[in-house]
Design a protein around this ligand. Structure first.
Ligand code: ZN
Length: 244
């Protein structure tokens, strides 16, 4: 028994030492690929823009609705800022006028599926159906066809990315999460963004949610964040501005 554990312990120790060595060797490589899908598929996936320009792309998921989307649009209009909205097909069907307003006010619209499924679980064929179904809804009410897609929960894998590329779509992630969907106060949302903001940032926010979700903090936070970051020299752009 004692001998067995002794041997086992030695093997374990050697393994740990080897692994630690390997890990420190690969550490710089690991740091470089914080967004492995962008590193692997730079033409199909974007999580953040190049850091050489003080630009920020605000992105809003899960809209449209008639509660929070109008508040967000009003604030963006106040500062003449253009953003990118990843819309859900079910809500485009329900609030076509709000989808039209987003389009008419010069924002970029992206596809965020029809039903909002967890794609790594539902699979490649389901993703294709979801994107095409929502594409139809978007074409029915807005002027332009988008090639931008954001996966629900940002959940993607190699197979899904490859299929996205075959469909001539590009996937957009984020590098700064406002966590506004948790119903946070405007102060907390502002802090979440300011703690992580950087040149080339893609910021995740929401312009709609399920009925119990309170997103009133989102528009309130924007009303302070936009002028504050503009004073710091930041310019607000759309996703195609940083990824033409
Ligand atoms: Zn979503």
């Amino acid at each position: 028994m004692g001998l067995f554990f002794n041997k086992y312990f030695k093997v374990l120790l050697v393994t740990i030492v080897l692994c630690t060595g390997m890990f420190s060797f690969y550490a710089p490589l690991k740091a470089a690929s914080m967004y492995p899908l962008q590193t692997k598929y730079p033409d199909i996936m974007l999580y953040k823009g190049k850091p050489n320009k003080k630009v920020i792309a605000l992105t809003f998921d899960d809209g449209p609705d008639n509660r929070f989307t109008p508040q967000v649009l009003d604030v963006l209009k106040k500062y003449d800022v253009k953003a990118t909205f990843f819309l859900l097909g079910t809500r485009v069907q329900k609030y076509p006028d709000m989808a039209k307003r987003i389009d008419e006010e010069g924002h970029v619209i992206g596809n965020h599926t029809f039903w909002h499924p967890e794609l790594p679980k539902t699979g490649v064929e389901n993703m294709e159906w979801e994107i095409k179904k929502n594409e139809k809804e978007l074409k029915a009410v807005t002027s332009n066809v988008t090639d931008l897609f954001r996966a629900p929960y940002g959940a993607m894998n190699d197979d899904l990315v490859k299929k996205l590329g075959e469909m001539d779509y590009r996937g957009v992630g984020w590098s700064v999460d406002s966590e506004d969907w948790k119903g946070l106060s405007s102060k907390e949302i502002k802090q979440n963004i300011l703690n992580h903001v950087h040149p080339g940032a893609i910021v995740l926010m929401h312009s709609a949610g399920d009925w119990p979700q309170d997103l009133s903090g989102t528009a309130e936070a924007l009303d302070e964040l936009i002028p504050y970051l503009q004073k710091q020299g930041y310019e607000f752009v759309t996703v195609p501005d940083i990824w033409p």
